[in-house]
Design a protein around this ligand. Structure first.
Ligand SMILES: [Zn+2]
Length: 203
């Protein structure tokens, strides 16, 4: 989600709640695009999620607007990263990521730039917990409608959210087609001394 900061962006989560929460999506065929994500990248994304999800339950005394603006006290914030990798046919291989430049983090929105990132294939951002009226966590498990619209308008091949540690939702573009949800396969770390993808010969 990369868009210019404006007041409007602060309010889109509310609009998204009112609007239909996404449309029913057809299941992916076995020949559809696949995202492969290096486990090291997934782990570092999880660490970022944890860090910027802290204190999500410490806003019970604030009203909704105060929570969303996030100016009263530092608690959870969305975070934007730039995914690096390569695209081969229908496989989007993500090797790692770097933080977006000029990141502006709010509780329910984030802006930043991935311009000039080498090997850029897309973006990812976090969906921190929100507290409900009982101060229990509300988890936004899917790319929002706004997320998908922003993605559609971008030049990127993939976008992803992390909504809990190790929990992802992803979308892929294939020409004019938007595929959501798109499957994400975690690639294990290559064993030191071996070449990934080449089976090691037993000794
Ligand atoms: Zn989002």
């Amino acid at each position: 989600m990369i868009f210019r900061p404006s007041l409007a962006l602060i309010f889109w989560p509310l609009l998204a709640l009112v609007a239909a929460r996404g449309t029913p999506l057809s299941p992916n065929g076995s020949n559809g695009p696949v995202i492969t994500l290096a486990s090291s990248a997934r782990d570092s994304m999880g660490a970022v999620f944890t860090r910027f999800n802290e204190h999500w339950d410490q806003l019970a005394d604030l009203n909704t607007m105060e929570r969303m603006l996030g100016t009263i006290r530092p608690t959870q914030r969305e975070y934007l990263g730039c995914l690096q990798g390569a695209v081969t046919g229908d496989t989007i291989r993500i090797e790692g990521w770097v933080p977006a430049a000029d990141m502006k983090q709010l509780q329910m929105a984030v802006t930043g730039s991935c311009d000039s990132v080498a090997g850029l294939v897309g973006t990812w951002h976090t969906h921190p917990y929100r507290a409900d009226l009982q101060n229990l966590p509300v988890k936004e498990r899917r790319l929002s409608r706004q997320d998908l619209e922003t993605f559609t308008a971008s030049p990127y091949r993939v976008t992803m959210i992390m909504w809990d540690v190790d929990s992802l939702d992803a979308a892929v573009r294939r020409g004019p087609e938007l595929i959501h949800p798109a499957p994400v396969v975690i690639r294990p770390q290559p064993t030191p001394g071996s070449s990934e993808g080449i089976p090691r010969r037993p000794r």
